[in-house]
Write a protein that binds this ligand. Structure first.
Ligand code: FAD
Length: 468
Protein backbone atom coordinates (compact mmCIF):
# COMPACT_ATOMS: atom_id res chain seq x y z
CA UNK A 1 0.00 0.00 0.00
CA UNK A 2 1.20 3.53 -0.73
CA UNK A 3 3.18 5.77 1.58
CA UNK A 4 2.11 9.39 1.74
CA UNK A 5 5.11 11.68 2.02
CA UNK A 6 3.72 14.86 3.53
CA UNK A 7 6.08 17.45 2.05
CA UNK A 8 6.53 20.59 4.11
CA UNK A 9 9.74 22.58 4.48
CA UNK A 10 11.84 19.90 2.84
CA UNK A 11 11.62 20.70 -0.86
CA UNK A 12 14.62 18.61 -1.87
CA UNK A 13 15.54 15.19 -3.20
CA UNK A 14 19.05 14.80 -1.80
CA UNK A 15 19.81 14.44 1.88
CA UNK A 16 16.19 13.95 2.73
CA UNK A 17 15.64 11.21 5.33
CA UNK A 18 11.86 10.95 4.77
CA UNK A 19 12.20 10.63 1.06
CA UNK A 20 15.07 8.21 1.46
CA UNK A 21 12.93 5.99 3.73
CA UNK A 22 9.94 6.21 1.40
CA UNK A 23 12.00 5.43 -1.70
CA UNK A 24 13.72 2.49 0.04
CA UNK A 25 10.40 1.05 1.21
CA UNK A 26 9.68 -0.19 -2.31
CA UNK A 27 6.11 0.98 -1.93
CA UNK A 28 4.33 3.49 -4.14
CA UNK A 29 5.10 7.01 -2.87
CA UNK A 30 2.64 9.87 -3.05
CA UNK A 31 4.21 13.23 -2.28
CA UNK A 32 1.60 15.60 -0.92
CA UNK A 33 1.84 19.32 -0.15
CA UNK A 34 -0.99 20.77 1.92
CA UNK A 35 -1.95 24.42 1.90
CA UNK A 36 -3.20 24.40 5.47
CA UNK A 37 -4.05 27.34 7.75
CA UNK A 38 -0.40 27.68 8.80
CA UNK A 39 0.64 28.11 5.18
CA UNK A 40 -2.27 30.49 4.60
CA UNK A 41 -1.14 32.51 7.61
CA UNK A 42 2.40 33.18 6.38
CA UNK A 43 3.53 36.73 5.65
CA UNK A 44 3.29 38.06 2.09
CA UNK A 45 6.89 37.49 0.94
CA UNK A 46 7.56 34.08 2.51
CA UNK A 47 4.21 32.77 1.32
CA UNK A 48 4.89 33.90 -2.22
CA UNK A 49 8.42 32.47 -2.10
CA UNK A 50 7.11 29.17 -0.72
CA UNK A 51 4.77 28.97 -3.73
CA UNK A 52 7.74 29.40 -6.09
CA UNK A 53 9.63 26.70 -4.23
CA UNK A 54 6.69 24.31 -4.39
CA UNK A 55 6.30 24.92 -8.13
CA UNK A 56 9.99 24.22 -8.73
CA UNK A 57 9.93 21.11 -6.60
CA UNK A 58 6.83 19.80 -8.38
CA UNK A 59 8.80 20.04 -11.64
CA UNK A 60 11.68 18.05 -10.10
CA UNK A 61 9.28 15.28 -9.13
CA UNK A 62 7.72 15.36 -12.61
CA UNK A 63 11.18 14.97 -14.12
CA UNK A 64 11.70 11.74 -12.22
CA UNK A 65 8.31 10.39 -13.28
CA UNK A 66 6.60 11.19 -10.00
CA UNK A 67 4.23 13.98 -8.95
CA UNK A 68 3.52 16.46 -6.19
CA UNK A 69 -0.13 16.28 -5.19
CA UNK A 70 -1.55 19.57 -3.92
CA UNK A 71 -4.49 19.79 -1.56
CA UNK A 72 -5.89 22.60 0.53
CA UNK A 73 -7.53 22.52 3.97
CA UNK A 74 -6.97 21.40 7.52
CA UNK A 75 -3.96 19.05 7.42
CA UNK A 76 -5.54 16.16 9.32
CA UNK A 77 -8.74 16.28 7.29
CA UNK A 78 -6.81 16.37 4.01
CA UNK A 79 -4.63 13.44 5.08
CA UNK A 80 -7.62 11.37 6.24
CA UNK A 81 -9.41 12.00 2.95
CA UNK A 82 -6.40 11.01 0.89
CA UNK A 83 -5.77 7.92 3.02
CA UNK A 84 -9.38 6.82 2.45
CA UNK A 85 -9.14 7.56 -1.25
CA UNK A 86 -5.95 5.64 -2.03
CA UNK A 87 -5.77 3.12 0.79
CA UNK A 88 -2.48 4.42 2.18
CA UNK A 89 -1.31 2.92 5.45
CA UNK A 90 1.61 5.24 6.18
CA UNK A 91 2.10 9.01 6.40
CA UNK A 92 5.68 10.19 6.86
CA UNK A 93 7.04 13.72 7.18
CA UNK A 94 10.07 15.81 8.11
CA UNK A 95 9.91 17.36 11.56
CA UNK A 96 9.37 21.05 12.29
CA UNK A 97 9.94 22.67 15.66
CA UNK A 98 8.03 25.93 16.05
CA UNK A 99 5.07 25.87 18.43
CA UNK A 100 2.31 26.11 15.80
CA UNK A 101 3.66 23.30 13.68
CA UNK A 102 4.50 21.16 16.71
CA UNK A 103 0.89 21.49 17.96
CA UNK A 104 -0.53 20.60 14.55
CA UNK A 105 1.82 17.66 14.06
CA UNK A 106 1.11 16.18 17.49
CA UNK A 107 -2.61 16.26 16.76
CA UNK A 108 -2.13 14.70 13.33
CA UNK A 109 0.20 11.99 14.62
CA UNK A 110 -2.11 11.00 17.48
CA UNK A 111 -5.24 10.90 15.32
CA UNK A 112 -3.59 8.91 12.52
CA UNK A 113 -2.04 6.42 14.92
CA UNK A 114 -5.42 5.98 16.64
CA UNK A 115 -6.82 4.90 13.32
CA UNK A 116 -3.99 2.43 12.74
CA UNK A 117 -1.97 4.50 10.28
CA UNK A 118 1.83 4.37 10.50
CA UNK A 119 2.43 8.09 11.20
CA UNK A 120 6.12 8.94 11.54
CA UNK A 121 8.23 12.05 11.63
CA UNK A 122 11.86 12.19 10.50
CA UNK A 123 14.84 14.48 11.08
CA UNK A 124 16.41 16.51 8.28
CA UNK A 125 15.69 20.17 9.01
CA UNK A 126 18.48 20.35 11.59
CA UNK A 127 21.91 18.88 12.21
CA UNK A 128 21.02 17.92 15.78
CA UNK A 129 17.61 17.25 17.22
CA UNK A 130 16.87 19.79 19.99
CA UNK A 131 16.50 17.09 22.65
CA UNK A 132 19.74 15.39 21.61
CA UNK A 133 21.93 18.22 22.95
CA UNK A 134 21.89 18.60 26.73
CA UNK A 135 23.95 20.29 29.43
CA UNK A 136 25.71 18.19 32.08
CA UNK A 137 22.63 18.74 34.26
CA UNK A 138 20.36 17.30 31.59
CA UNK A 139 18.78 20.66 30.74
CA UNK A 140 18.72 22.65 27.51
CA UNK A 141 21.28 25.33 26.66
CA UNK A 142 20.47 29.00 27.13
CA UNK A 143 23.83 30.37 26.01
CA UNK A 144 25.35 29.93 22.57
CA UNK A 145 29.06 29.33 23.39
CA UNK A 146 28.58 26.20 25.53
CA UNK A 147 26.00 24.99 22.99
CA UNK A 148 28.62 25.36 20.27
CA UNK A 149 31.19 23.47 22.34
CA UNK A 150 28.68 20.69 22.95
CA UNK A 151 27.90 20.16 19.25
CA UNK A 152 31.03 21.08 17.35
CA UNK A 153 32.52 17.59 17.41
CA UNK A 154 29.30 15.59 17.12
CA UNK A 155 28.80 13.40 14.11
CA UNK A 156 26.47 14.77 11.48
CA UNK A 157 24.26 12.39 9.47
CA UNK A 158 25.98 11.20 6.29
CA UNK A 159 24.88 12.43 2.87
CA UNK A 160 21.85 10.67 1.41
CA UNK A 161 21.79 10.63 -2.39
CA UNK A 162 18.64 11.63 -4.25
CA UNK A 163 16.65 8.57 -5.29
CA UNK A 164 16.70 7.90 -9.01
CA UNK A 165 12.99 7.22 -9.16
CA UNK A 166 9.97 6.76 -6.95
CA UNK A 167 7.48 3.97 -7.39
CA UNK A 168 4.25 5.43 -8.78
CA UNK A 169 0.82 4.38 -7.53
CA UNK A 170 -1.54 2.52 -9.90
CA UNK A 171 -3.47 5.74 -10.26
CA UNK A 172 -2.53 9.29 -9.27
CA UNK A 173 -5.03 11.01 -6.99
CA UNK A 174 -6.34 14.37 -8.18
CA UNK A 175 -4.48 17.53 -7.31
CA UNK A 176 -5.32 21.23 -6.94
CA UNK A 177 -3.69 23.71 -9.24
CA UNK A 178 -1.03 25.77 -7.47
CA UNK A 179 -2.11 28.92 -9.30
CA UNK A 180 -5.58 28.62 -7.75
CA UNK A 181 -4.10 28.86 -4.28
CA UNK A 182 -2.93 32.41 -4.93
CA UNK A 183 0.06 32.15 -2.61
CA UNK A 184 1.46 35.33 -4.12
CA UNK A 185 -1.74 37.34 -3.83
CA UNK A 186 -0.60 39.52 -0.95
CA UNK A 187 2.81 40.17 -2.52
CA UNK A 188 2.59 43.47 -4.37
CA UNK A 189 6.13 43.43 -5.74
CA UNK A 190 6.91 39.78 -6.40
CA UNK A 191 7.49 39.15 -10.05
CA UNK A 192 9.33 42.23 -11.25
CA UNK A 193 11.16 43.54 -8.19
CA UNK A 194 12.05 40.76 -5.76
CA UNK A 195 12.21 37.81 -8.14
CA UNK A 196 15.58 38.65 -9.76
CA UNK A 197 17.20 38.43 -6.32
CA UNK A 198 16.02 34.89 -5.60
CA UNK A 199 17.75 31.52 -5.86
CA UNK A 200 14.91 29.05 -6.08
CA UNK A 201 15.19 25.30 -5.70
CA UNK A 202 17.66 22.59 -4.93
CA UNK A 203 19.93 23.04 -7.97
CA UNK A 204 20.21 26.79 -7.39
CA UNK A 205 21.01 26.19 -3.73
CA UNK A 206 23.74 23.67 -4.55
CA UNK A 207 25.26 26.00 -7.13
CA UNK A 208 25.17 28.84 -4.62
CA UNK A 209 26.90 26.69 -2.00
CA UNK A 210 29.62 25.63 -4.46
CA UNK A 211 30.18 29.28 -5.46
CA UNK A 212 30.43 30.37 -1.84
CA UNK A 213 32.86 27.59 -0.90
CA UNK A 214 34.97 28.28 -3.97
CA UNK A 215 35.02 32.07 -3.81
CA UNK A 216 34.12 33.39 -0.39
CA UNK A 217 34.43 30.98 2.47
CA UNK A 218 38.17 31.42 2.93
CA UNK A 219 37.72 35.12 3.78
CA UNK A 220 34.29 34.77 5.33
CA UNK A 221 35.31 35.75 8.83
CA UNK A 222 36.97 39.00 7.69
CA UNK A 223 34.50 40.01 5.02
CA UNK A 224 31.08 38.96 6.28
CA UNK A 225 30.41 42.09 8.30
CA UNK A 226 30.87 44.49 5.38
CA UNK A 227 27.47 45.58 4.24
CA UNK A 228 28.05 45.78 0.51
CA UNK A 229 30.13 42.61 0.14
CA UNK A 230 28.79 39.43 -1.39
CA UNK A 231 30.72 37.56 1.29
CA UNK A 232 28.04 35.35 2.83
CA UNK A 233 26.45 32.20 1.49
CA UNK A 234 22.95 33.61 0.89
CA UNK A 235 21.63 30.14 1.70
CA UNK A 236 19.15 31.10 4.44
CA UNK A 237 16.52 31.46 1.72
CA UNK A 238 17.00 27.82 0.70
CA UNK A 239 17.44 26.44 4.20
CA UNK A 240 14.11 27.83 5.26
CA UNK A 241 12.20 25.87 2.60
CA UNK A 242 14.48 22.86 2.90
CA UNK A 243 15.87 23.28 -0.62
CA UNK A 244 19.24 22.38 0.83
CA UNK A 245 20.03 20.49 4.01
CA UNK A 246 22.03 21.96 6.88
CA UNK A 247 24.17 18.82 6.57
CA UNK A 248 25.24 19.86 3.07
CA UNK A 249 26.45 23.21 4.44
CA UNK A 250 28.14 21.57 7.40
CA UNK A 251 30.03 19.00 5.31
CA UNK A 252 31.07 21.61 2.73
CA UNK A 253 32.31 23.85 5.55
CA UNK A 254 34.30 21.00 7.11
CA UNK A 255 35.90 20.10 3.76
CA UNK A 256 36.84 23.73 3.20
CA UNK A 257 38.39 23.87 6.65
CA UNK A 258 40.34 20.68 6.00
CA UNK A 259 41.53 22.25 2.75
CA UNK A 260 42.98 25.17 4.69
CA UNK A 261 40.22 27.75 4.10
CA UNK A 262 40.35 29.31 7.54
CA UNK A 263 37.14 31.35 7.25
CA UNK A 264 35.16 28.10 7.13
CA UNK A 265 35.58 27.77 10.90
CA UNK A 266 33.40 30.82 11.35
CA UNK A 267 30.89 29.61 8.77
CA UNK A 268 30.39 26.43 10.83
CA UNK A 269 29.71 28.59 13.87
CA UNK A 270 27.02 30.52 12.01
CA UNK A 271 25.31 27.31 10.94
CA UNK A 272 25.21 26.42 14.62
CA UNK A 273 23.49 29.74 15.43
CA UNK A 274 20.60 28.40 13.37
CA UNK A 275 20.72 25.16 15.36
CA UNK A 276 20.74 27.18 18.58
CA UNK A 277 17.68 29.15 17.45
CA UNK A 278 15.84 25.85 16.92
CA UNK A 279 17.09 24.48 20.22
CA UNK A 280 15.55 27.53 21.91
CA UNK A 281 12.27 27.55 20.01
CA UNK A 282 11.77 23.90 20.85
CA UNK A 283 12.55 24.18 24.56
CA UNK A 284 11.12 27.67 25.11
CA UNK A 285 8.39 28.09 22.50
CA UNK A 286 7.26 31.37 24.07
CA UNK A 287 10.30 32.97 22.40
CA UNK A 288 8.11 33.64 19.36
CA UNK A 289 5.51 35.69 21.18
CA UNK A 290 6.59 36.77 24.66
CA UNK A 291 9.67 38.21 26.33
CA UNK A 292 12.04 35.31 26.75
CA UNK A 293 13.60 36.82 29.87
CA UNK A 294 11.68 37.49 33.05
CA UNK A 295 11.35 41.10 34.09
CA UNK A 296 10.84 42.49 30.61
CA UNK A 297 7.06 42.81 30.73
CA UNK A 298 7.42 46.12 32.56
CA UNK A 299 9.58 47.68 29.82
CA UNK A 300 7.97 51.02 28.88
CA UNK A 301 7.62 50.53 25.11
CA UNK A 302 6.33 53.50 23.17
CA UNK A 303 3.68 53.28 20.49
CA UNK A 304 4.56 55.66 17.69
CA UNK A 305 2.65 54.47 14.62
CA UNK A 306 4.00 57.23 12.38
CA UNK A 307 7.57 56.50 13.42
CA UNK A 308 7.10 52.79 12.70
CA UNK A 309 5.73 53.56 9.23
CA UNK A 310 8.78 55.72 8.56
CA UNK A 311 11.04 52.88 9.72
CA UNK A 312 9.29 50.48 7.31
CA UNK A 313 9.58 52.99 4.47
CA UNK A 314 13.27 53.70 5.02
CA UNK A 315 12.51 57.28 6.05
CA UNK A 316 14.00 57.49 9.54
CA UNK A 317 16.59 59.97 8.34
CA UNK A 318 19.48 57.68 9.33
CA UNK A 319 21.04 56.62 6.04
CA UNK A 320 22.26 53.15 6.94
CA UNK A 321 18.95 52.22 8.60
CA UNK A 322 16.98 53.47 5.64
CA UNK A 323 19.23 51.73 3.11
CA UNK A 324 18.75 48.45 4.98
CA UNK A 325 14.97 48.80 5.13
CA UNK A 326 14.94 49.43 1.37
CA UNK A 327 17.14 46.40 0.78
CA UNK A 328 14.60 44.35 2.69
CA UNK A 329 11.66 45.64 0.69
CA UNK A 330 13.34 45.21 -2.68
CA UNK A 331 15.17 41.89 -2.22
CA UNK A 332 13.28 40.13 0.57
CA UNK A 333 16.61 39.82 2.38
CA UNK A 334 18.88 41.96 4.51
CA UNK A 335 22.52 41.69 5.48
CA UNK A 336 22.91 40.18 8.97
CA UNK A 337 24.63 43.22 10.45
CA UNK A 338 22.01 45.48 8.92
CA UNK A 339 19.32 43.32 10.58
CA UNK A 340 20.99 43.96 13.90
CA UNK A 341 21.21 47.69 13.23
CA UNK A 342 17.58 48.22 12.18
CA UNK A 343 16.38 46.02 15.04
CA UNK A 344 18.46 47.97 17.53
CA UNK A 345 17.27 51.29 16.14
CA UNK A 346 13.61 50.25 16.32
CA UNK A 347 13.70 48.71 19.77
CA UNK A 348 16.17 51.06 21.44
CA UNK A 349 16.27 54.48 19.76
CA UNK A 350 12.57 54.28 18.89
CA UNK A 351 11.57 52.26 21.98
CA UNK A 352 9.24 50.14 19.84
CA UNK A 353 8.31 46.63 20.92
CA UNK A 354 10.43 43.97 19.21
CA UNK A 355 7.26 42.19 18.08
CA UNK A 356 6.51 45.08 15.68
CA UNK A 357 9.82 44.48 13.93
CA UNK A 358 9.49 40.71 14.10
CA UNK A 359 6.11 41.00 12.33
CA UNK A 360 7.42 43.28 9.59
CA UNK A 361 10.31 40.91 8.91
CA UNK A 362 7.81 38.04 8.79
CA UNK A 363 5.93 39.95 6.08
CA UNK A 364 8.99 40.89 4.02
CA UNK A 365 11.74 38.26 4.36
CA UNK A 366 11.96 35.53 1.75
CA UNK A 367 14.23 33.71 4.22
CA UNK A 368 11.77 34.17 7.08
CA UNK A 369 12.41 31.54 9.69
CA UNK A 370 10.32 31.42 12.86
CA UNK A 371 13.25 30.43 15.08
CA UNK A 372 16.01 32.69 13.73
CA UNK A 373 13.70 35.69 13.47
CA UNK A 374 12.38 35.39 17.03
CA UNK A 375 15.84 34.80 18.46
CA UNK A 376 17.33 37.67 16.42
CA UNK A 377 14.75 40.21 17.55
CA UNK A 378 14.81 39.24 21.20
CA UNK A 379 18.59 39.08 21.17
CA UNK A 380 18.89 42.63 19.87
CA UNK A 381 16.09 44.02 22.06
CA UNK A 382 17.75 42.62 25.18
CA UNK A 383 14.81 40.46 26.23
CA UNK A 384 16.22 37.32 24.66
CA UNK A 385 18.66 34.56 25.49
CA UNK A 386 22.36 35.30 25.50
CA UNK A 387 21.57 38.92 24.68
CA UNK A 388 24.33 41.51 24.57
CA UNK A 389 24.41 43.83 27.60
CA UNK A 390 21.61 46.36 27.17
CA UNK A 391 23.87 49.41 27.36
CA UNK A 392 25.73 48.31 24.21
CA UNK A 393 23.42 50.23 21.91
CA UNK A 394 24.56 50.30 18.29
CA UNK A 395 25.28 53.76 16.96
CA UNK A 396 24.20 53.38 13.31
CA UNK A 397 26.50 56.16 12.09
CA UNK A 398 29.58 54.63 13.72
CA UNK A 399 28.56 51.21 12.40
CA UNK A 400 28.13 52.62 8.90
CA UNK A 401 31.59 54.18 8.98
CA UNK A 402 33.04 50.85 10.02
CA UNK A 403 31.11 48.43 7.83
CA UNK A 404 30.25 50.64 4.85
CA UNK A 405 33.34 52.85 4.84
CA UNK A 406 32.88 54.15 1.31
CA UNK A 407 29.09 54.43 1.49
CA UNK A 408 28.55 51.90 -1.30
CA UNK A 409 25.79 50.02 0.54
CA UNK A 410 23.94 53.25 1.35
CA UNK A 411 24.13 54.47 -2.25
CA UNK A 412 23.10 51.08 -3.58
CA UNK A 413 19.76 51.15 -1.74
CA UNK A 414 18.96 54.76 -0.95
CA UNK A 415 18.03 56.71 -4.07
CA UNK A 416 17.65 60.05 -2.33
CA UNK A 417 21.35 60.36 -1.52
CA UNK A 418 22.81 60.19 -5.03
CA UNK A 419 22.39 62.35 -8.09
CA UNK A 420 22.11 59.30 -10.35
CA UNK A 421 20.69 56.54 -8.20
CA UNK A 422 21.39 52.97 -9.30
CA UNK A 423 18.55 50.70 -10.40
CA UNK A 424 18.71 48.83 -7.07
CA UNK A 425 17.79 52.04 -5.23
CA UNK A 426 15.14 53.10 -7.72
CA UNK A 427 13.38 49.73 -7.60
CA UNK A 428 11.97 50.58 -4.19
CA UNK A 429 9.85 53.36 -5.66
CA UNK A 430 8.39 51.03 -8.29
CA UNK A 431 7.64 48.54 -5.55
CA UNK A 432 6.21 50.49 -2.64
CA UNK A 433 2.48 51.10 -2.22
CA UNK A 434 1.11 54.24 -3.90
CA UNK A 435 -0.53 55.21 -0.65
CA UNK A 436 2.94 55.85 0.78
CA UNK A 437 3.31 58.74 -1.71
CA UNK A 438 7.08 58.50 -1.90
CA UNK A 439 9.38 59.59 -4.69
CA UNK A 440 13.17 59.53 -5.09
CA UNK A 441 13.15 63.29 -5.48
CA UNK A 442 11.93 63.82 -1.94
CA UNK A 443 14.34 65.52 0.42
CA UNK A 444 15.83 63.33 3.08
CA UNK A 445 13.86 63.68 6.33
CA UNK A 446 15.47 64.93 9.51
CA UNK A 447 16.36 62.06 11.84
CA UNK A 448 13.28 60.68 13.53
CA UNK A 449 15.33 60.36 16.69
CA UNK A 450 18.55 62.13 17.46
CA UNK A 451 21.05 59.32 18.02
CA UNK A 452 22.53 60.59 21.29
CA UNK A 453 19.10 61.53 22.64
CA UNK A 454 17.66 58.15 21.57
CA UNK A 455 20.40 56.33 23.38
CA UNK A 456 19.73 58.33 26.54
CA UNK A 457 15.99 57.59 26.37
CA UNK A 458 16.63 53.88 25.84
CA UNK A 459 18.88 53.71 28.89
CA UNK A 460 16.26 55.57 30.97
CA UNK A 461 13.60 53.11 29.82
CA UNK A 462 15.84 50.25 30.91
CA UNK A 463 16.15 51.84 34.35
CA UNK A 464 12.37 52.14 34.61
CA UNK A 465 12.03 48.45 33.76
CA UNK A 466 14.55 47.52 36.42
CA UNK A 467 12.78 49.58 39.06
CA UNK A 468 9.30 48.16 38.41
P1 FAD B 1 25.64 33.14 6.17
O1 FAD B 1 26.45 34.21 6.77
O2 FAD B 1 26.11 32.54 4.92
O3 FAD B 1 25.45 32.01 7.29
C1 FAD B 1 25.14 30.65 6.97
C2 FAD B 1 23.86 30.23 7.64
O4 FAD B 1 24.00 30.30 9.05
C3 FAD B 1 22.67 31.13 7.32
O5 FAD B 1 22.08 30.80 6.09
C4 FAD B 1 21.77 30.86 8.52
O6 FAD B 1 21.02 29.69 8.36
C5 FAD B 1 22.75 30.64 9.65
N1 FAD B 1 22.90 31.90 10.40
C6 FAD B 1 23.81 32.87 10.20
N2 FAD B 1 23.65 33.85 11.12
C7 FAD B 1 22.62 33.48 11.90
C8 FAD B 1 21.96 34.06 13.02
N3 FAD B 1 22.37 35.23 13.54
N4 FAD B 1 20.92 33.42 13.57
C9 FAD B 1 20.50 32.23 13.08
N5 FAD B 1 21.07 31.62 12.01
C10 FAD B 1 22.12 32.24 11.44
N6 FAD B 1 17.82 34.31 9.59
C11 FAD B 1 16.93 33.61 8.90
O7 FAD B 1 17.28 32.63 8.25
N7 FAD B 1 15.60 33.96 8.91
C12 FAD B 1 15.14 35.03 9.62
O8 FAD B 1 13.92 35.29 9.63
C13 FAD B 1 16.08 35.81 10.34
N8 FAD B 1 15.69 36.91 11.02
C14 FAD B 1 16.62 37.65 11.70
C15 FAD B 1 16.20 38.78 12.42
C16 FAD B 1 17.11 39.56 13.13
C17 FAD B 1 16.65 40.78 13.90
C18 FAD B 1 18.48 39.20 13.11
C19 FAD B 1 19.49 40.03 13.84
C20 FAD B 1 18.91 38.08 12.41
C21 FAD B 1 17.99 37.29 11.71
N9 FAD B 1 18.39 36.14 10.97
C22 FAD B 1 17.46 35.41 10.30
C23 FAD B 1 19.78 35.65 11.04
C24 FAD B 1 20.74 36.12 9.91
O9 FAD B 1 20.62 37.49 9.71
C25 FAD B 1 20.52 35.39 8.60
O10 FAD B 1 20.45 34.00 8.83
C26 FAD B 1 21.64 35.67 7.61
O11 FAD B 1 21.72 37.04 7.34
C27 FAD B 1 21.39 34.88 6.36
O12 FAD B 1 22.33 35.19 5.37
P2 FAD B 1 23.27 34.05 4.76
O13 FAD B 1 22.47 32.86 4.42
O14 FAD B 1 24.08 34.69 3.71
O15 FAD B 1 24.15 33.71 6.04
Amino acid sequence: SPVIWWVRRDLRLADNPVLHAAASSDRPVIALFICDPLVEGLGAAPKWRLGLGVARFARCLDDMGSKLILRRGDALTVLQQLIAQIGATAVWWGRQYDPDQVARDKKVKAALRDSGVDAQSFSGHLLFEPWQVQTGQGTFYQVYSPFWRAVKDLDVAPHLPAPECLRAPAQWPDSDSLADWGLGRAMNRGADVVHPHLHIGEDAARTRLAYFIDRNVADYQDQREFLDQDACSGLSENLTYGEISPGALWRAGQHALDAGKAGAAHFLKEIVWREFAYHLIFHTPHIVSRNWRDGWDSFPWSNDGTGVLRWKQGRTGIDVIDAAMRELYVTGRMHNRARMLVASYLTKHMLTHWRVGQDWFAQCLVDWDPAANAMGWQWVAGSGPDAAPYFRIFNPDTQARKFDPEGRYRRKWLAEISASAPETAQAFFRACPRSWQLSPQMARPNPLVDLAEGRKIALQAYDIKNKT
